[in-house]
Design a protein around this ligand. Structure first.
Ligand code: LMR
Length: 329
């Protein structure tokens, strides 16, 4: 609401004196854990570029990638303390606030990019973001990471049985961990920026992530197998400190909203292109054996984890679930 008022204000104040039109001087910190050359990294840099140029340099955005400022274990607390103004964690990392944030981890919930966009741009996305308000958090947007796939160092996974006995790292949340337990694997939550080392040390056998993260984190150096499972989605929620956000004047909020929209488009335009590039690179390097699944083989995974889907879908906001199902039709 305030954003649309701001847009109207912006128009009606055209021709106002330059002093009146100037944006307040400020610095915004945006912290995330992925690399720069990922959809999230590029979206964050686009946000910075637009905000800085459109504010005439008055608003500076400092982007901290790769967990340089905060990692999974402290970024949400840092956001609530306003030590950082914007973060973009995987949705499941917000599930402490509301179970529905794990919707992207419901196995095989979203069928493609278009389904995700329909959900996020519609009432489902809005409803999900609104759940953060009472926690001092303003939901700004969803950014894509990609569908998740499994790497490990022991076995070329072809069927659900192949996961038995493996120890797999996840980004946390009850649903994705239960998915692995259902398949007879052990699952453990480890902060993203510590995963490479855990794989190297053998604390875990494998992990699941987007192709772009698998590639940019160089997991191929410490893993032997990649199976293209597409079993769940890694999707980010871009969130701001609400007190800080509410303290901004309408014109500034409107600029940030606009920049966020454009940045989101950049991430969306890039995600499939970068996924493809990462897959080609992994295949070319030949360090991991890439296993693809036929529809029938993927169906076996789907069947095996259906009870996990059913159990947790029933625990989520029914409206959010129904809208997600509708978006994926
Ligand atoms: C993960 O922890 O696997 C992801 O959330 C990392 C990321 O891309 O933010």
């Amino acid at each position: 609401n305030s954003a649309s008022n701001a847009a109207a204000d912006g128009k009606s104040s055209q021709g106002a004196s330059p002093a009146e039109a100037a944006y307040p001087k400020m610095e915004i910190k945006l912290s995330h854990v992925a690399a720069d050359n990922t959809p999230k990294g590029q979206a964050a840099l686009k946000f910075k570029e637009i905000v800085e140029s459109k504010s005439g340099g008055n608003i500076k955005v400092k982007v901290f990638p790769s967990g340089q400022l905060y990692g999974d274990n402290d970024e949400i607390e840092a956001l609530q303390a306003n030590n950082v103004q914007i973060i973009a964690p995987s949705a499941a990392k917000l599930s402490g606030f509301d179970k529905s944030f794990e919707i992207f981890d419901l196995p095989f919930m979203f069928k493609d990019e278009e389904s995700l966009r329909r959900f996020e741009d519609g009432e489902g996305g809005k409803k999900l973001l609104s759940k953060l308000e009472s926690k001092g958090i303003e939901g700004l947007s969803f950014w894509p990471n990609g569908f998740k796939h499994i790497t490990n160092k022991k076995v070329a996974i072809k069927s659900p049985d192949d996961l038995k006995g493996l120890k797999i790292r996840t980004h946390g949340g009850l649903i994705i961990n239960e998915v692995y337990e259902k398949l007879g694997a052990a699952s453990t939550k480890i902060a993203f920026n510590e995963v490479y080392q855990a794989l190297q040390l053998g604390t875990i056998d494998g992990q699941e992530n987007s192709l772009v993260n698998i590639d940019t984190q160089k997991y191929e150096e410490v893993q032997n197998n990649l199976t293209l499972t597409n079993h769940a989605r890694s999707e980010y929620v871009v969130v701001a400190n609400k007190k800080w956000w509410d303290s901004l004047d309408a014109k500034t909020q409107s600029l940030l909203d606009e920049a966020m929209k454009e940045a989101t488009e950049v991430g969306r335009d890039l995600v499939q292109k970068l996924e493809l590039e990462s897959l080609e690179k992994i295949k070319k390097n030949g360090k991991m054996k890439v296993t693809e699944l036929t529809d029938q083989e993927r169906e076996a995974f789907k069947q095996a984890v259906q009870p996990v889907f059913d159990k947790w879908a029933a625990e989520m906001d029914p409206e959010v679930i129904n809208l997600a199902k509708e978006a994926s039709k």
